[in-house]
Design a protein around this ligand. Structure first.
Ligand code: NDP
Ligand code: GDR
Length: 344
C-alpha cells in the first residue's frame, strides 16, 4: 500500500486530499500542529476522521527536526505540503510569521527529504497570488511573477526552492500553481465562504448585514474537490514539473454575492459606487451588503484568470464544477449548518 503524508490536514485541501487518497487505497499520515484546541471538523464532516488508514501525526512545519522525524517514522513515499499561513489579509499584519511558515517551512521539508530519502515525491502548494499584479492575461506557467503581499512573496520563494531542489538534487518536487478554490469546507475568513455563510444567516434572520472590502477584485474560482485530483496527478507522472490549475473563468466579488443571493432565493439590486456601494433586497428595500474599507488590503491583486491547458494536456486534468454549482453547494451547506447552530 502506498503511504502519503499530507501537511495541513486540518485545512480545506488537506481534508479533500485525504479523502481522495483513502479512496485510492493509500495509508495517509495527516500532519497537524499542536494547538490548545485542535479542530478536526473538516475530516469529521467528510466522515473520514476514524478511517483505519488515516493516522493523525502531531508536527510543525517550521521545525526541521519535526519534519525529519515525520519522514523517518512514516516511511511515506509521497509528501503533499499544504500547510501554510494561507490568509493573504493577515500576511500584511504578520509578514514575519508568514515568511517563516509559508516561505521557509517548505524548505524544512525539502531538507528533510534530502536527508532522509531523496526518492520521496514532493508536492508544493503554490498559488496564483504569485502572479499578483498580472503581467499577462490569462496567466500560465511561464507568465512572469509579481507578488503583491507578504503571502505571495513567501509562496514565490517556496516555489523557486522547490524548482531549485529539483534541479540541484534531482528531488521530485512538483509545484502546483493553483488558482482560488473553494468549497463548503473553506475557512470563514475567505471571501466566498464569508459571503455564503452571511447570506445564509441573513436568509435565516440571524444576521442583518454583510460588510465586504474590494468588490471589484476578480478571481478564477474553482471547486477544491476537483483541484486535489490535480495535486495527486502531479506526483504520478514520470517527471516533476510546474502546473497551473484553474477554470479559465473570472468573476468579481460582487458577482459572487449576486450568485449567492440567487442560490438563497434573495433578489438584490446594486446601488451606489465605491465606498457607498450596496446591495439592496428588492422585495424589502433593506440593505443586505455594504462596503467597509476595513477589509481593503494595502496592495491588491485585481484580476486573476488562469490557463490550465498544460495540466489538461499532460495530466488529463479538468475542472468539472461550475461556479454556479459551487456557490449553490456552499449556500446550501451554510443554510443547513446555521439551521442547527453550526458555527465553524
Ligand atoms: P487552509 O488555511 O485551510 O489550511 C492551511 C493548513 O496549514 C491548516 O491545516 C493549518 O493548520 C496548517 N498550518 C499552518 N501553519 C502550520 C505549521 N506551522 N505547521 C503545520 N501546519 C500548519 O488552506 P487551504 O486548505 O485552503 O490551502 C492549502 C494550501 O494551498 C495552502 O498552502 C495554501 O496557501 C495553498 N493554496 C490555497 C489555495 C486556495 O484557494 N485554497 C490556492 C492556492 C494555494 P491549523 O488548522 O492549525 O491552522
Ligand atoms: P485570496 O482570497 O486573497 O484571493 O487568497 P480571499 O477570499 O481572501 O480574497 C479574494 C478577494 O476578495 C476581496 N475581498 C475580501 N476578501 C476577504 N477575505 N474578506 C472580505 O471581506 C473581502 N472583501 C473583498 C479580497 O480583497 C481579494 O481581492 C486565497 C487564499 O486561499 C490563498 O491562500 C490562495 O493562495 C489564493 O486564494 C489563490
Amino acid at each position: 500500500m502506498k503511504k502519503a503524508i499530507i501537511t495541513g490536514i486540518t485545512g480545506q485541501d488537506g481534508a479533500y486530499l485525504a479523502e481522495l487518497l483513502l479512496e485510492k487505497g493509500y495509508i495517509v499520515y495527516g500532519a497537524f500542529r499542536r494547538t490548545a484546541s485542535v479542530n478536526f471538523w473538516r475530516i469529521e464532516e467528510l466522515g473520514i476522521h476514524e478511517h483505519s488508514n488515516l493516522h493523525l501525526v502531531e508536527y510543525d512545519l517550521t521545525d526541521l527536526s519535526s519534519n525529519i522525524r515525520l519522514l523517518q517514522q512514516t516511511e511515506a513515499t509521497e509528501v503533499y505540503n499544504l500547510a501554510a499561513q494561507s490568509f493573504v489579509g493577515v500576511s500584511f499584519d504578520q509578514p514575519i510569521t508568514t515568511g517563516e511558515i509559508t516561505g521557509m517551512g517548505p524548505v524544512n521539508l525539502l531538507e528533510a527529504i534530502r536527508i532522509v530519502n531523496p526518492k520521496i515525491r514532493f508536492y508544493q502548494a503554490s498559488t496564483s497570488e504569485m502572479f499578483g499584479k498580472v503581467q499577462a492575461i490569462p496567466q500560465k506557467e511561464d507568465t512572469p511573477f509579481y507578488p503583491r503581499s507578504p503571502y505571495g512573496v513567501a509562496k514565490l520563494y517556496a516555489h523557486w526552492m522547490t524548482i531549485n531542489y529539483r534541479e540541484s538534487y534531482d528531488i521530485f518536487g512538483a509545484s502546483g500553481i493553483l488558482f482560488n478554490h473553494e468549497s463548503p469546507l473553506r475557512g470563514q475568513e475567505f471571501v466566498t465562504r464569508k459571503i455564503t455563510n452571511s447570506i445564509a444567516r441573513i436568509k435565516l434572520g440571524k444576521q442583518s448585514i454583510l460588510e465586504l472590502g474590494n468588490m471589484d477584485a476578480k478571481r478564477d474560482w474553482g471547486y477544491a474537490k476537483d483541484y486535489v485530483k490535480g495535486m495527486w496527478r502531479m506526483l504520478q507522472v514520470d517527471e516533476p514539473d510546474t502546473y497551473v490549475l484553474a477554470t479559465n473563468r473570472t468573476e468579481t466579488v460582487r458577482d459572487f454575492v449576486t450568485l449567492a443571493c440567487k442560490a438563497a432565493e434573495i433578489q438584490v439590486e446594486w446601488q451606489g459606487e465605491g465606498e457607498a456601494e450596496k446591495a439592496v433586497d428588492t422585495s424589502t428595500g433593506r440593505t443586505l451588503v455594504a462596503v467597509n474599507p476595513r477589509f481593503y488590503r494595502p496592495a491588491e491583486v485585481e484580476l486573476l484568470i488562469g490557463d490550465p491547458a498544460k495540466a489538461r494536456e499532460k495530466l488529463g486534468w479538468e475542472p468539472k464544477t461550475t461556479l454556479e454549482e459551487l456557490c449553490q453547494m456552499m449556500v446550501e451547506a451554510d443554510l443547513r449548518r446555521n439551521k442547527i447552530g453550526f458555527s465553524f
